[in-house]
Design a binder for this molecule. Structure first.
Ligand code: ADP
Ligand code: MG
Length: 353
């Protein structure tokens, strides 16, 4: 081949490559994929818009969630968290980077919330057993005994050797208030790496979205009615967002139903580390909107424990974080800058200016 033909030949190859890339990008129709799986103790529901690889990308994200669950679940015997807890007061335990990162974030929120958020709440969580098969209302003495073990200052993280050590025997960590948020952020990372530009993932109270809807409009997320009857879930408001996470916490997710039906007292699963009893700041629910789900998750729990006044003080100091709280008398309080993209749908609830 002479030089002229060689050049023409390589030009032809380049043209061919560009053409095939273009059809891959533009010629293929974007499809909607939906998938529901049970993980992290809740139903995860994926709505993803993508090309023909959509299903495979969702499966990769689910695998990632299972990996995180196997490391951070309190009910899996050889998880990092279980090993840390069974070695409390004995020795430091080597853990995966995921676990280390979530623990460090958890400790940071412990400091930010002045101890309202405390990952060493596990002795209290276990005592009440709200999410277990046999929940019970413990005695005051039992609560005080376990409360003496709750202190996030007793968690020693060695980032150099990747170890975590709990200072006292009987101490325990529980990442239940933050791990789902971390998993949500990892789902988003995996989906984005797979080229996904529009997605909504609902993880039972934790919602995270990529971009807006395919038509360019924001996603609309319903804020659940905290007093909706089981099986009749309805929402009281709608929040519109693009790229970000909306996380709700409240006294309605898990509580001792038998006691509630008999006495009207709701012993639920979010504890006040100051008292050892379910947090009671007059709230039924909190919702936090943030860019990253791990922040929204930790903060929605923290604000629920802290209450409106103190809770909003920390929210208002943060950039691009918004919160709303729902009181037991059906009043809605919002932090600074919440107005836009917030639509009240249930007139029984009132927004307090
Ligand atoms: P959900 O699990 O319903 O999404 P949260 O994110 O608020 O709700 O997490 C609640 C879980 O967090 C509890 O089941 C418990 O394991 C743990 N937890 C309870 N109280 C606290 C607290 N004060 N600080 C940190 N974690 C907590
Ligand atoms: Mg939370």
């Amino acid at each position: 081949m002479n030089r002229y033909w060689k050049r023409l030949y390589s030009l032809f190859i380049i043209l061919l490559l560009v053409c095939s890339m273009l059809t891959a990008c533009t010629g293929e129709k974007i499809k909607k994929y939906q998938k529901d799986v049970f993980a992290l103790n809740t139903w995860l529901s994926f709505t993803v818009y993508g090309d023909r690889n959509g299903e495979r990308i969702i499966d990769t994200a689910i695998e990632r969630v299972r990996e995180i669950e196997n490391r951070m679940s309190i009910t899996i015997e050889d998880s990092d968290v279980s090993r840390i807890n069974s070695n409390a007061g004995k020795k430091p335990v080597k853990v995966n980077n995921d676990t280390l990162e979530v623990i460090e974030k958890g400790l940071e929120y412990g400091r930010i919330s002045h101890g309202a958020f405390d990952i060493t709440i596990y002795p209290i969580v276990k005592l009440w057993g709200i999410t277990s098969e046999h929940p019970k209302v413990p005695t005051e003495k039992e609560v005080q005994d376990k409360l003496s073990l709750v202190n996030y200052g007793g968690v020693i993280v060695d980032g150099h050797n990747n170890t975590v050590y709990l200072k006292k025997e009987g101490m325990g960590i529980d990442l239940g208030a933050i791990a789902k948020g971390y998993a949500a952020d990892e789902i988003v990372r995996v989906l984005k790496e797979g080229g996904i530009q529009h997605a909504l993932i609902n993880m039972g109270g934790n919602v995270i979205v990529i971009g807006g809807k395919p038509d360019g409009k924001p996603w609309r997320i319903g804020i659940q009615d905290p007093r909706a009857e089981e099986g009749h879930k309805s929402h009281i408001a709608i929040v519109e967002i693009m790229d970000g996470s909306v996380v709700s916490s409240g006294d309605y997710e898990r509580y001792i139903v038998e006691v509630y039906n008999k006495t009207g007292v709701r012993y639920h699963h979010i504890f006040d580390p100051n008292t050892g009893y379910p947090a009671d700041q007059g709230l039924m629910g909190t919702t936090v909107i943030a860019e990253h789900s791990i922040d929204a998750d930790a903060l929605s729990t923290a604000v629920f424990v802290m209450g409106i006044h103190e809770g909003f003080q920390i929210i208002d100091q943060m950039e691009n974080v918004k919160a709303l709280t729902i009181t037991k008398n059906k009043e809605i309080y919002t932090s600074q800058g919440f107005g836009e993209g917030f639509i009240l749908t249930d007139k029984e609830y009132k927004i307090v200016p």
